[in-house]
Design a protein around this ligand. Sequence first.
Ligand SMILES: Cc1cc2nc3c(=O)[nH]c(=O)nc-3n(C[C@H](O)[C@H](O)[C@H](O)COP(=O)(O)OP(=O)(O)OC[C@H]3O[C@@H](n4cnc5c(N)ncnc54)[C@H](O)[C@@H]3O)c2cc1C
Ligand code: SF4
Ligand code: SF4
Length: 406
Amino acid sequence: MTKAYQATSVRAVVENGLCIGCGLCEALAPERWVMRMTAQGRLRPAPRVKEDPQADAPILAACPGVVAEAEARGASSDPIWGSYMQMHEAWAGDPDLRFKAATGGALTALGVHLLSSGKAAFILHCGADPAQPMRSRWVISETPEAVRANAGSRYGPTDTLAGLEVALARGQPFAIIAKPCDAGAVKARAKSDSRLDALLVALLVMVCGGASDLGKSEAVLRELALTEDDVTLFRYRGYGNPGPTRIEARDGRCFEKTYNEMWADEAGWRIQTRCKLCPDAIGEAADVAAADIWPDANPQGEDEGFNGVITRTPAGQALVDAAIAAGDLVKGQVHNPRDYDHFQPHQVRKKHAIASRLRGLTSAERPVFAHKGLRIEELDAKDIKEEQGAEARARAGRFDDEVPNP
Ligand SMILES: Cc1cc2nc3c(=O)[nH]c(=O)nc-3n(C[C@H](O)[C@H](O)[C@H](O)COP(=O)(O)OP(=O)(O)OC[C@H]3O[C@@H](n4cnc5c(N)ncnc54)[C@H](O)[C@@H]3O)c2cc1C
Ligand code: SF4
Ligand code: SF4
């Protein structure tokens, strides 16, 4: 049996489909790496100079394509959902934010609370690129209004961590709102950058079904006979829960697709490879994770917006309690892990399948990430079909990815 091994260069991470385009390469070595969109519509690090894997060791030590880890810091623990303090329904206290945000606005409400209470000076997160609204870019939001302006889920490539060094260099307390894989990278990075422990007051994530490449959005434009240059607004959801995907064009036309029209055909999701292998899409490395709470992950129509909130650390719990006390967040009914099995059956299936998929990659002599604290072995369904499928896809080059030009 081939032994599992890790990639030893950024190029190997990318070429083996293990890069999620988090942006950490650019943050840690901007003189060597810059994030670029590939022809396949994925954000990937492009080398500015001759590659130097030895110099990239600090990147590789935190890269989600090399390592995935979470430490149990909650008071309770569940085999599937991991360590947590509390699970409950919540939504933004401000009805306008609740309406405009992706689900119930819990993540934005927490960001707003951190700024308005003075606990954080700014939030590092992402939002639509004003110049190319179908694409996303990292942003630093210094006011509650700015955090609100970037509410909403972006279902395409995002490289929030490309802004990490800029954030740390400010020397002020801050919070990050990002994907679960980004949170894992930040926690791994904190082992060698003490500024993170000193300055990062909260790490907030969404529960994540996977990040599509830009081709998913391009396909929508093709259907509408629009080009990217025509687009002045590309909102993936929000303005309701889930709210429509809305596209506005320069000539004044606007188009909407319901959430189900957008996501009914799973074959067209164009989810990135790292997502299919994701050992922590449920935010175990974060302080707080926010989710949708539809039965069987299917919206039953539009509603006012109800997040499921999982507090994972005492700090996350204190933040949620303070936001509730201030009226920024409203608490609804209490949940338990079995409720989450029902809300997120895809996450349960994934947790059970990851070990088999990783074995398949190892059999195909491909690198995999190391993982710790995510119960991947305990949850191993030993699914031979998953294993053989992953091996066959890897051998057929279906996970291959490209390092773009700068
Ligand atoms: C790619 C993706 C997949 C998802 N899959 C699931 C799922 O399987 N199950 C589930 O329950 N929920 C999923 N969600 C989460 C759901 O869409 C909401 O984001 C979540 O419920 C939080 O809602 P909210 O109203 O609190 O967020 P909001 O208050 O609207 O705040 C969203 C925040 O997240 C940031 N953000 C948005 N998109 C991204 C992104 N792609 N990368 C990094 N940061 C981002 C924004 O900057 C903003 O700060 C997914 C979200 C995304 C972006
Ligand atoms: S996942 Fe992040 S750190 Fe790893 S190679 Fe990609 S951009 Fe760099
Ligand atoms: S599924 Fe995992 S790897 Fe993919 S974007 Fe979500 S958290 Fe990151």
